[in-house]
Design a protein around this ligand. Sequence first.
Ligand code: C2E
Ligand code: CA
Ligand code: CA
Length: 683
Amino acid sequence: MADDIQKLPKIRPYHRLSYKLLRWVLMTALMAGGVLSMVQIFLDASRAAIEMDDQAQQILAVMRDPAAQAIYSIDPELANQVVDGLFQQRAIIQASIYHPDGSYLSHRTRPLRSAPYRPLTDPIFQEQRSYEIPLTRNQQVYGGLRITLDTAETAEIFLERSLLIFISGLLKAFILSLIVYAVYYYLLTAPLMGIIRSLLKVDPASPAQKKIPMPKWHQKDELGLWVQIANQLLQSIEDNQQQRLAAEARVLKMSQYDALTGLPNRALFRSHLQSALEDAKRLHQKAALLWIGIDDFKSINDQYSYAIGDQLLQAIAERLTEHSEVFHTLCRLSGDQFAILQYNIGTPYRAAKFADSLLRSLHSPFFIEHRRFQLQATIGIALFPDDDVDADRLLQKAEQTMMLAKNTHRNQFTFYVASIDSELRQRKQMEKDLAGAIENNQFQLAYQPQIDMRTGKVIGAEALLRWQHPSRGNIPPDVFIPIAEANDSIRDIGAWVINQACRQLHQWQQEGLDLHIAVNLSANQLRQRNIVDIIRKAIQDNQLQPHQLELEITETSFMENLSEAVETLRDLREFGVRCAVDDFGTGYSSLSYLKQLPIDKIKIDRQFILDLESGDNDTSIVSAIIQLGRSLKLGVIAEGVETEEQKNYLLANGCTEAQGYFYSKPLTTDEFRKFYHRHKPAA
Ligand code: C2E
Ligand code: CA
Ligand code: CA
């Protein structure tokens, strides 16, 4: 789900919490600062005014005595001195000493100072302020002293101070907001963003997998609590989800599997079947659908109990399961009916073999509650794609086949298509017949001469198996040998061939024939563990030299299990037996393989010799094979030589040994003996 992790959405700075808070704090702090400063300024103003008044009163108090002396003695000189003294104060713009009638003894004025801030401060302090005191002597008033102050100077100082107060107020507010902003950011915004980031990483499918980490230093505050509760919530969501999934899975299992045996039920099997058939179609593979009906199961239920019937069905399911490999799907269709889909069967024979093994397995006894049950079943087989390509119709056909077969022959398998059925029955029959062929002396060997083309002399014989079937006559080895290979009976048959060929060679040797004998060895025999012993014994029993026996093995047989084959051949060659690669050129024919193989000879395949006539393409193949054999110091023999031209070509290209109808067909022993003597070069 990593792809689903969302990116952190961008929040515009303007919208961030910390910025909002900053704005608010700044605004209110500024406002509060402003108001507070204003109050302070206001108080300051009245204090300044009072100070101004006090100062004036002080001045007046200081000048009272000299002024009183001047007016008492009506001394203008002294009065002027007092007034001039007063004018030393820059703030004083008018000073006068006057008589009680208002006439001046001394009077002096100067203009108001002009200043730009006057309109602002004059309303507070007035333009000017006047003070006077009576001048007395001996409790008698002789006149008065009056001064007028210009407020500008005090106002200027006041203004400077106010500005300072105001600015420092604002500055304080600003610094305070910044501190609040930082604290808020580190305490709240940053951890919140961290939480949001971890929330984004939460996988909705398993929310508790990635818990939200506890922000540092917040374990015990509201944030910590928030994270704790959110994590608990995620955990319970996950638990809940898992419970739901488990419940769904249970329901699904119940709806797809048979409760008694635990096998897939018909619905699930059908969907498996459909997808398997699609795969098979894509891969061009064949598949077989086997419908298995247990014979007379009803009578078991009737005779015993349903409980026993159920146990038996479970045991049957178990036994069938043992048989179904990776390439099978097994299900219980209903009551006593099961089905198996066998994938990639290659040939129908595989299905037949499998059905046969199922029948045998079901037939071996079951023990339920100390009772012994031996079952029989009937199997209907429908093939994909031969019988049908549609899953439902294939099921139907398999069932039909099983039902029909139940009426006629039980304990058997039957194919939907009769031709396959009869072919397989024949094959089965042949298997049976093959099993008795040795005892019934139905096998014979034919011998095809191998010739040295330079002299025409017979140098060897290939033993070729012949089967005289009591009812079907001569059956060609191409037909029965693959069957014998498939069911391993080739091992006994092959051993018979080896013994028979060796015995024959021994007899010919006694009669003075000088030759070797070639015997075909199949891939199956090459895998046989005691093959070396069998061959060694045959040679010793018949007092032959090991090099007189040549084994013909096809390339494909080697390749089926290279290392094992090489080992067997090494043992044989150590003993002295010779090995030839049969049908050379039709298999892998890789030079690198050839070098590794412990062999003595290659046998050019019949097809290349046949094609020699048709064009020069194969002529070059044949000469190349001959060259290859020579360069690896291997003997080369050509098989299937039928014409003089072929013989001449081979000789011209350095191949001296041959076998084929041009010289002789495979012969009986008597015929062979005669052929040998007829072709003895004149000594
Ligand atoms: P193979 O080993 O290639 O045997 C040669 C086959 O070519 C023989 O057929 C032989 O009759 C046939 N043949 C010989 N010369 C000519 C010719 O000039 N022209 C043509 N068209 N055919 C020729 P056969 O006897 O029917 O054997 C067929 C195959 O059966 C053999 O092919 C071999 O693979 C297998 N086989 C025969 N006997 C045995 C045996 O005892 N054991 C095993 N494992 N396989 C055997
Ligand atoms: Ca051969
Ligand atoms: Ca051959």
